[in-house]
Write a protein that binds this ligand. Structure first.
Ligand code: SAM
Length: 214
């Protein structure tokens, strides 16, 4: 959505590592999974936020082939873990392989199934960082379910915060095709109104909305 100067970023921060390049090729070209993973700089932002927060427990909603998961896992402190939730068993299988290839499989648990069912089992206040990147229509539900799980000072991150540039969806009456954008705006507005979350948008390709629980 945002135009990102990928060439410049690579020139400054270095090219994509070979291991990540191989994971992308295998997952997109061989497995034919959809190209809806975070962009490289957004991956770096996830790793950076994890490095800053040093969470013992990270929760990710929407694994796909674990591109974002690898970045989260790389940012963990000693003994930290990522639990990542994925509804599609074929994607989860590719994720398992990719986590092995990246050498982070010992820090990640993949839970296959509907994220909502799992979220209801997580003890309140037990998670240091949550990354929401699954079905967009459920974003308001994910906010309701995830907020209590965060420890004080915990970080909440939502991808696709710019709703693919569909900023008019807030004002139009809901036809099926604009419901995803509407749900994202509902999430953004709720986060923006909250007096218990401090938030900022980060201008990655699809936009991250990053919040800290005060
Ligand atoms: N976070 C990944 C990355 O950046 O590499 C991309 C995730 S992709 C945008 C969204 C994923 O969420 C898909 O793989 C989809 O199968 C999964 N998903 C959709 N609905 C879900 C649900 N209710 N529970 C768990 N996963 C779900």
């Amino acid at each position: 959505m945002t135009t990102i100067p990928h060439g410049y970023i690579r020139a400054v921060l270095g090219p994509r590592e070979e291991v990540l390049d191989g994971i992308l090729r295998r997952s997109l070209l061989d497995d034919r999974l959809p190209t809806i993973q975070v962009d490289d700089n957004a991956g770096r932002v996830l790793q950076l936020l994890t490095l800053l927060r040093r969470p013992r427990q990270v929760l990710e909603i929407g694994t796909l082939f674990a591109y974002s998961t690898i970045h989260l896992a790389r940012g963990l402190p000693e003994g930290g873990r990522v639990t990542t939730l994925e509804i599609d068993p074929r994607a989860a299988e590719a994720a398992r392989r990719n986590l092995r290839t990246a050498g982070v499989e010992d820090r990640v648990d993949i839970v296959v199934g509907d994220a909502r069912a799992y979220l209801e089992t997580v003890p309140p206040g037990s998670v240091g960082l949550i990354f929401i990147d699954a079905d967009k229509k459920s974003y308001p539900d994910y906010l309701r379910l995830c907020y209590p799980l965060l420890e004080p000072g915990g970080v909440l991150i939502a991808d696709d915060a710019f709703a693919q540039g569909d900023f008019t969806a807030e004002r139009t009456e809901g036809s099926d095709e604009d419901r995803e954008a509407k749900a994202i705006h509902r999430y953004n507005r709720a986060v923006g109104r909250s007096t218990r979350l401090f938030s900022a948008f980060v201008g990655t390709q699809s936009g991250l909305l990053v919040s800290v629980k005060e």
